[in-house]
Design a protein around this ligand. Structure first.
Ligand code: HEC
Length: 284
């Protein structure tokens, strides 16, 4: 018993010690500042995607992020889930050029993309991508919202399970894209071609120039044309690309919970019925 108490106290202290720092300087773990939890339409067990927001997020991706980041796991026909019809998807995909081939003469050729094609990558290979971006390779964004949904340190990781906190990836993307201005402490020296961003998970500086600013993209649905809104929309869109079946999963999850609750009740009464004679015999 004593052993168990000592073990858990030790573990608790070590977790607390490891994450208890508040000053950026003493932290050896990135990010230096953790993202704030934001409100999302898709958070919680009943949350669903806001289709208009996903459409705006697609616009942000196509007009800005697509210059550097690929989205290789998303095919154009997947955009049906964003309430686009066949014709809209066809004309949208036709704006992209795809390298195909070899043709009958053995040559690689370029053609407009079809709905069955995936989003084309902006660079031919990683070397070209790194060369154009100061040595850093812009990651594929298809699954980034999942990849960056890092569990928060103790004690939040425990309450997050109970609160069903599943939007850490979206919070991270939003914080990263809006977090460039956070003051640079004098001790930190950022090399040329890099930017200070305390939310970046792999270092104190990032090789991506701030991609968003107010008014950069024109929205036609009257939504605010601010950096904050762009960041929210692209974060929602990238959550969808990483987890396109979330709504179905939640729907089935709810049905399963309802079924199991009813089933438990049923089993309870069946048990009482089966053991009724035995219970009676024991009581008398
Ligand atoms: C001019 C090129 C460029 C543009 C435009 C750009 N990025 Fe990046 N991005 C980069 C590079 C380069 C990196 C890698 C940074 C590093 O490793 O230091 C990166 C990294 C990232 C990361 C990864 C951070 C991590 O945790 O690994 C995310 C997320 C991201 N970009 C999102 C976006 C989004 C969303 C947009 C569009 C609003 C965008 N980027 C536009 C070049 C770009």
């Amino acid at each position: 018993m004593i052993n168990i108490i000592v073990y858990f106290t030790g573990m608790g202290l070590s977790i607390f010690w490891g994450t208890g720092f508040t000053k950026a300087e003493v932290s050896i773990h990135y990010p230096l500042v953790r993202p704030q939890q934001q409100k999302w339409s898709f958070s919680g067990p009943f949350g669903v995607y806001d289709r208009a927001q996903l459409q705006r997020g697609l616009k942000v991706y196509t007009e800005i992020c697509a210059t550097c980041h690929s989205l290789k796991f998303v095919a154009f026909h997947n955009l049906r889930a964003l309430n686009y019809d066949e014709q809209e998807i066809k004309s949208f995909s036709n704006q992209f050029a795809i390298k195909d081939g070899p043709n009958e003469e053995g040559n690689i050729f370029t053609r407009p993309a079809n709905p069955t094609d995936h989003f084309p990558a902006p660079f031919a290979n990683d070397i070209q991508a790194a060369f154009a971006n100061n040595g850093a390779i812009p990651s594929d964004l298809s699954l980034i919202a999942r990849a960056r949904a890092v569990p928060r340190p103790f004690p939040n990781c425990l309450t997050d399970i109970l609160k069903n906190y599943t939007t850490a990836g979206a919070d991270y993307i939003h914080a990263l894209l809006t977090g460039y201005e956070t003051t640079l402490s004098l001790e930190q020296k950022i090399s040329a071609g890099k930017w200070y961003n305390p939310f970046f998970i792999s270092g104190e500086s990032i090789a991506m120039a701030p991609p968003l600013y107010d008014g950069r993209i024109v929205y036609d649905d009257g939504s605010p044309q601010t950096r904050d809104q762009y960041a929210r929309d692209i974060a929602a869109f990238l959550t969808w690309t990483a987890d396109p079946h979330m709504e179905t999963r939640k729907k089935y999850g709810l049905r399963v919970i309802i079924f199991l609750t009813l089933y438990t009740g049923l089993i309870f009464f069946v048990k009482r019925r089966i053991w009724a004679d035995y219970d009676k015999g024991h009581r008398s």
